[in-house]
Design a protein around this ligand. Structure first.
Ligand code: FES
Ligand SMILES: [Fe+2]
Length: 357
C-alpha cells in the first residue's frame, strides 16, 4: 500500500491522493472506519419521520441503520442488524407502528431499540432481552434533514455547519419543498464523485456544454472552511435557453465533509449524497426541492429535473472512466490547478489526516 501523500504541502507542490486509495480494499475499509464511522452522515429528510411512531432505514458507510421517532416525539438511531442471526431488522425504506419486527425469525424491538420478543428462547444461557438491545447511535435533526453519527464521541456538528448557516441564509431553505428523489448507481469509488464536484468548475466548459455559457467559468469562486467548502457562481442568463430558465441568481455549491453536497439556486435546492458501496462502486442520491411547487410551476420543475439528469449522466460517465484510469499501472496521482482545485485538495487533506492505513 502506497502511503505517500503529504497533506502539508502548499497547493502548488501538492499531488492528489495516490490512486491506490481509490482501488485498494484496505484503503476502503480504513475509510469506513475512520471517516464514515466517525463523522455525522446525512441519512434523510426529517419530514420522513414527522409522525410519532415511525421509522426509516438508511445507510451510513456500509452500515444499515434504522432511525425512529418514538411516541413522545424523540428521535433514536440504531444498528439495523438483528441480534439473533444478523438479518436486517427493517427492510423497507420506512414504516410505522410500535414494533420493529425482524422478517427472518420474528424477533421484535421497540422504537427505543429494546428487544421485546424472541419466541422459543427459554432456557438459553447468558442471553437476556435486557442485555441485547440494538446498538444505539447519535442522531440529530438539523433544518430539513436528519444526521447520524456512529462515533462514540461525535465531532461538533454546529461547528461544521456554521459557515453553511451563515452564508446560505438568503436562500431560505426552510421554504423549499421536497419534490423528488432520484438515485444513480455508479461504478466508481465514492471519492471520484466528490473530486468531480470539487474541481472549482474546471470541467464545466469541457464536459457540460449546456452549462458552459450559463455558469461563467471566470467568476467561479471557492471558499474553504474547516470541514466544508463553498463554490459560488453568479449565473448568466442566456436568452431562449432551457438551462438558464431553470438556473438563476447566484448559485452556491456546498460540500460538507465527507459525502454531502447541497446545491442552491434561486427557488431550487438539490441535495446529493454519495454512499460508498464497495471500493469501486457507490450510489448517489439526489433529493430535489423547489420553493414553488404549484401547478403553474410544473414545467419549470420538469425542465429543472431534466437538466440535472443530463448533467448527472455526463458526470457519471466521466467518473466511471476516471475509476478505470485510477486502476491503471501508469497513473499514481496528479497536480492541482491553483486557480480551480483548492477545494479538491482540501478534501484530500481532510481524508488523509483521518486515515490510518
Ligand atoms: S435474524 Fe432476526 S429474528 Fe433471527
Ligand atoms: Fe459536473
Amino acid at each position: 500500500m502506497d502511503h505517500r501523500f503529504d497533506p502539508h504541502l502548499p497547493l502548488d507542490k501538492a499531488r492528489s491522493l495516490p490512486s491506490e486509495w481509490y482501488v485498494n480494499q484496505k484503503a476502503f475499509e480504513a475509510e469506513l472506519a475512520h471517516v464514515f464511522r466517525k463523522e455525522w452522515i446525512w441519512v434523510g429528510r426529517a419530514e420522513e419521520l414527522s409522525k410519532h411512531g415511525t421509522w426509516m432505514t438508511a445507510q451510513v458507510g456500509k452500515e444499515s441503520v434504522v432511525v425512529t421517532r418514538d411516541f413522545e416525539g424523540n428521535l433514536h438511531a440504531f444498528s439495523n442488524v438483528c441480534r439473533h442471526r444478523a438479518a436486517k431488522v427493517c427492510r423497507a425504506p420506512r414504516g410505522e407502528g410500535s414494533r420493529l419486527r425482524c422478517q427472518y425469525h420474528g424477533w421484535t424491538y421497540d422504537l427505543e431499540g429494546r428487544l421485546k420478543t424472541n419466541p422459543e428462547f427459554e432456557g438459553v444461557n447468558n442471553f437476556t432481552k435486557e442485555e441485547n438491545p440494538l446498538p444505539r447511535f447519535y442522531v440529530k435533526e438539523f433544518g430539513p434533514w436528519l444526521f447520524v453519527s456512529l462515533s462514540e464521541k461525535p465531532s461538533s456538528f454546529e461547528e461544521q455547519w456554521e459557515p453553511f448557516q451563515k452564508e446560505s441564509a438568503s436562500f431560505q431553505i426552510e421554504k423549499m419543498k421536497f419534490v423528488k428523489r432520484v438515485e444513480y448507481p455508479l461504478q466508481c469509488n465514492w471519492k471520484v464523485f466528490i473530486d468531480n464536484y470539487l474541481d472549482g468548475g474546471y470541467h464545466i466548459n469541457t464536459l457540460h456544454p449546456a452549462l458552459a455559457g450559463v455558469i461563467p467559468y471566470s467568476d467561479y469562486r471557492s471558499e474553504l472552511f474547516s470541514r466544508s467548502s463553498l463554490q459560488t457562481a453568479p449565473l448568466k442568463p442566456k436568452t431562449g435557453d432551457g438551462v438558464s430558465q431553470v438556473r438563476k441568481g447566484t448559485a452556491q455549491y456546498w460540500w460538507l465533509y465527507p459525502n454531502l453536497m447541497i446545491n442552491l439556486y434561486e427557488g431550487v435546492m438539490d441535495v446529493n449524497v454519495v454512499i460508498p458501496e464497495a471500493v469501486d462502486r457507490c450510489r448517489v442520491i439526489f433529493d430535489f426541492y423547489f420553493e414553488d411547487v404549484s401547478q403553474e410551476n410544473s414545467s419549470f420543475i420538469d425542465e429543472s429535473l431534466k437538466v440535472a439528469h443530463q448533467v448527472q449522466l455526463e458526470d457519471q460517465e466521466i467518473c466511471q472512466e476516471v475509476q478505470k484510469g485510477l486502476e491503471s499501472a501508469y497513473y499514481q496521482s496528479g497536480p492541482f490547478s491553483l486557480l480551480r482545485e483548492q477545494t479538491a485538495y482540501h478534501f484530500h487533506q481532510l481524508i488523509s489526516k483521518r486515515m490510518t492505513l
